[in-house]
Design a protein around this ligand. Structure first.
Ligand code: NDP
Length: 289
């Protein structure tokens, strides 16, 4: 049974299961406080079977929610409305609650593109990217990139069918974008993808633990120093470390977390997010562990 006590006095929250690792409250509360809006953002563990009870609570007591694993898809059936982008990628990470009705948005793609622009100076327009992973995060991002002018999206995933299903959905929505797939064992194809790309994105959950084997043979990166390497995971991963040794520019996923959160704050408040203040709060929270 969920205990709603941690949300006393809150109008916003992040939910997930697990959730203790989430640094969104520190980051969002710094943003709200800088806008003179207090510290109204909480954190709540919501097991998937309790989502309907949480929704009932949110309709009455909250103005906005961020969602993380495992809720980004399960929430869809509860929505009164959804943005075109969230609808296309089938995933919602932000709820706006108006008069007891839930509206779904996704800000992951925006967060990713801002992070990549900031880290590498790469624009979404004309971008050629190789994604390792075809889960919810990759899906949200590739649709955003296609919508905003990317030229080519290559998807490499352990489960071939999942990569192909994503590629097909992307091609149907954006026939002008070059979309191809491979599995990590298709070494020649992966090399070909990397040779023709500006950006490689590690979008699997491999690397969350130091002992995780990489999702593909990292030596395949050798010789393509111009290729920027981005990992959606927040900390330094074996992918980032090896890419760095091979001479690539690298970035972890903290910038994506920052910018997706800043965009959520803007959607809720209608005000420009104090991004630098939120960045500092996020870095401090991550350092504190
Ligand atoms: P999903 O569970 O939806 O997808 C997981 C992906 O990882 C799938 O492509 C899966 O492949 C792959 N994978 C899992 N285990 C292995 C393995 N042993 N070997 C190879 N591939 C594997 O997760 P999400 O897409 O939601 O999240 C992916 C990562 O992105 C997570 O680490 C998450 O923390 C991070 N993330 C970061 C964000 C940020 O703001 N920086 C925002 C959202 C997510 P398969 O299809 O074969 O199972």
């Amino acid at each position: 049974m969920i205990d709603f006590a941690p949300l006393a006095g809150c109008r916003y929250t992040v939910i997930g299961d697990p959730i203790t690792h989430s640094r969104s409250p520190e980051m969002q509360n710094a943003g709200f406080a800088a806008l003179g809006l207090g510290r109204p953002y909480g954190r709540l563990r919501v097991p998937v079977e309790e989502l309907p009870r949480f929704v009932e609570f949110a309709r009455k007591h909250l103005d906005g929610v961020n969602l993380t694993i495992p809720h980004k898809h399960h929430i869809l059936k509860e929505l009164a409305g959804i943005s075109r982008e969230a609808d296309l990628c089938g995933s919602v990470n932000t709820l706006l609650i108006r008069k007891g009705e839930l509206y779904g948005e996704t800000t992951d793609g925006y967060g990713f593109s801002e992070a990549v622009r900031e880290a590498f100076g790469l624009a979404t327009e004309g971008l050629r990217a190789v994604f390792f992973g075809a889960g919810g995060a990759a899906r949200a991002v590739v649709f955003f990139l296609a919508e905003h002018g990317a030229e080519a999206i290559r998807i490499v995933n352990r489960t071939r069918e999942r990569a192909e299903a994503l590629a097909e959905a992307l091609h149907d929505a954006y026939p002008g974008v070059a979309v191809e797939t491979a599995v990590p064992g298709d070494r020649a194809k992966v090399r070909e993808f990397l040779a023709g790309a500006d950006l490689a994105v590690q979008a699997t959950s491999q690397g969350l633990h130091r002992e995780d084997p990489p999702p593909f043979d990292l030596e395949l990166l050798a010789g393509f120093q111009e290729l920027a390497c981005f990992d959606m995971i927040y900390h330094r991963t074996p992918f980032l470390e090896r890419a760095s040794e091979l001479g690539h520019q690298t970035s972890g996923g903290a910038g994506m977390l920052l910018h997706q959160g800043a965009r959520s704050l803007e959607l809720w408040t209608g005000k420009k997010a104090p991004v630098e203040i939120m960045r500092q709060a996020l870095a401090a929270a991550q350092q504190a562990g």
